[in-house]
Ligand binder design. Structure first.
Ligand code: FES
Length: 574
């Protein structure tokens, strides 16, 4: 809405200029009657549907449900596609394209006659990319997440996306599982519409959205296959029209308070480490100061309440039936900003009032938590001057304080070439170090930080080692894995200087990560260090390498930080 209360879309659809004629005439070829073009909020439905993003494969139906709600509330819905990022297929990593997709979202929203936006999000990066883009325009915005798949079912037990893949893979390599069993498990794991049903990154993002107040309350955990997911989409269509009339912009909801709530809720649900890099980028777009240490300060003293894989045993379907995110918010009410605004134009205290837990094994109470003090720990030390992170709830308690010799892989190809070499000198005390997987180095900061253990250790029953890299790991993964080391090795961070056999000390309680090599020796290694070969000379990837920021500030492109608003002050036609 403009300051005069006029709809933004009226500049296109109510204009008497040639531009108005063109805007109305050409869209009328879709059969829209004339009355839709006056005094109706035009709602963009930003759809990340793609057959290349299987987790979002049901989004055309969800979009139709949103349209029902928009029409019912007196709006005019116009659906548009944006770049979709599917974890299962895209190479080398969707993270390389998160910022590109955000540019698509931002420019499409700004350039078109939209008054409000519904973001349809599901697979991991489709949530942060769309929110980042929407932040930079700042119209009234509501998120509809697509929901998770039903629980995987394999030979009489529940199996979780990703989490059980890593286990099956280790079992296969250790000879505990046959290739036929491995193949059978594929269809058993992914048996309905929806995203990964563990508390992986997609579910983490859905919970983040609800904690930020950006969706219809209770929306994060509804399974994709449950009819209540469609109902939620319909209600979001209703609500976005009202939000336009109330002029409730994204920046009215997405605030420092709501971001702090999201960090705390993430600790309690055992959410993915990927939340850190995405929330930093979202805050950067909105111009809200947020530092890596805020995640530790706000989240690490909180207990884990939600017993979901990979930190626990249950899955998103169970989480929904137990009461979902509203229960978690109510359990944390003494810690959260319960006065934080939501898309309902009501505070969190009001929209979650009356939340009831139906299964305390799945969602524990704050007085009797599932695990004490978890969250995400931020590490500092000479190996990560600008920080690194670890997820204690997914790590092995006996490795949380550890000193061991480094086994260094110079890049991902070196890792693949040598990990199962019988001559590799590695044992259960070793610290695996992987270089070259940061934002610039890979490029794109892939989810390889939870690198698989060598076969010879798996056969001995070893299931975890301390692993350190400048990359990320899947939200479905687990292990004593130190991630997001900054500055990354490709720009000469200390990680680049680690040699085989150097002693590394990890002390999570003390928040330290130390390379036990004298400063003078590190200086002489740096003097002869050569940066890796640049992996792109043209196109988007070349631009990405030139402009991507480090993980500790969100890995956004430097020129995308901040917002430009919704005004376009020049017309298409003379
Ligand atoms: Fe899409 Fe996990 S692969 S959510």
């Amino acid at each position: 809405m403009s300051e005069t209360g006029k709809l933004r879309s009226a500049e296109w659809f109510e204009s008497k200029s040639i531009g108005g004629f063109v805007a109305r005439s050409w869209t009328k070829n879709q059969g829209y009657p004339h009355h839709l073009y006056k005094d109706r909020p035009v709602i963009g439905i930003c759809n990340t549907w793609s057959e290349l993003t299987p987790c979002n494969g049901h989004f055309r139906i969800l979009a139709e449900m949103v349209k029902r709600g928009v029409y019912e509330a007196g709006g005019f819905p116009l659906e548009f596609p944006v770049m979709s990022l599917g974890e299962a297929l895209m190479r080398p990593t969707t993270m390389l394209f998160r910022n590109l997709a955000s540019m698509d979202v931002e420019e499409t929203i700004r350039a078109n006659p939209l008054d409000g936006v519904v973001l349809l999000t599901g697979c991991d990066k489709t949530t942060p990319s769309t929110i980042m883009g929407a932040c930079s325009v700042d119209l009234p915005t509501i998120v509809v997440s697509g929901g998770a798949m039903l629980n995987g079912k394999f030979r009489g037990r529940d199996i979780g996306s990703g989490t059980d893949v890593w286990k099956f893979n280790d079992d296969l390599r250790a000879g505990v599982m046959t290739p036929d069993e491995y193949s059978e498990a594929e269809a058993c794991m992914s048996r309905s519409d929806g995203s990964c049903m563990t508390m992986g990154t997609a579910s983490t993002m859905a919970c983040m959205v609800e904690a930020l107040g950006l969706t219809i309350p209770g929306g994060a955990a509804i399974p994709a296959a449950d009819a209540r997911r469609k109902r939620l989409a319909h209600l979001a269509g209703n609500r976005i029209v009202e939000m336009v009339r109330e002029d409730l912009k994204l920046s009215d909801v997405l605030t420092r308070k709501s971001i702090e709530n999201a960090i705390m809720v993430n600790a309690a649900v055992g959410g993915s480490t990927n939340l850190v890099v995405h929330l930093l980028a979202i805050a950067g777009r909105m111009g809200i100061p947020l530092a890596l240490d805020d995640f530790d300060r706000l989240g690490s003293h909180l207990p884990l309440l939600v017993n979901l894989m990979p930190s626990g045993e249950f899955l998103m379907e169970d989480f929904y039936y137990a009461g979902g995110v509203p229960v978690v918010i109510q359990e944390l009410k003494d810690h959260l900003h319960m006065d934080a605004q939501t898309v309902m134009n009501k505070p969190q205290s009001e929209v979650t009032a009356g939340a009831t837990c139906y299964n305390r094994t799945v969602i524990a109470s704050i007085d009797a938590p599932f695990k004490p003090e978890v969250g995400i720990a931020v590490l500092r030390g000479n190996l990560c001057a600008d920080g690194a992170i670890i997820k204690p709830s997914a790590a092995s308690p006996h490795l949380m304080k550890h000193r061991g010799p480094a086994v260094v892989f110079e890049d991902i190809e070196d890792y693949h070439a040598r990990i199962d070499d019988p001559a590799l000198e590695i044992d259960e005390n070793s610290v695996m170090v992987l270089k070259g997987v940061g934002p610039r180095g890979y490029p794109g900061m892939p989810e390889v930080g939870n690198m698989g253990l060598p076969k010879k250790l798996l056969e001995k029953g070893v299931r975890d080692l301390v692993r350190i890299s400048d990359g990320r790991m899947s939200g479905t993964a687990f292990g004593t894995v130190v991630l997001h080391v900054a500055p990354e090795s490709a720009i000469g961070g200390t990680l680049a200087l680690v040699h085989n056999g150097d002693m590394i000390e990890l002390d999570v309680e003390q928040r330290s990560l130390h390379l036990d090599v004298p400063e003078a020796e590190l200086s002489s290694r740096l003097a002869v260090w050569q940066p890796p070969v640049r992996r792109a000379e043209r196109g988007y990837v070349n631009m990405y390498i030139s402009h991507v920021q480090q993980a500790n500030v969100g890995a956004d492109l430097d020129f995308l930080v901040g917002k430009s608003g919704a005004v376009v002050d020049r017309e298409t036609h003379a």
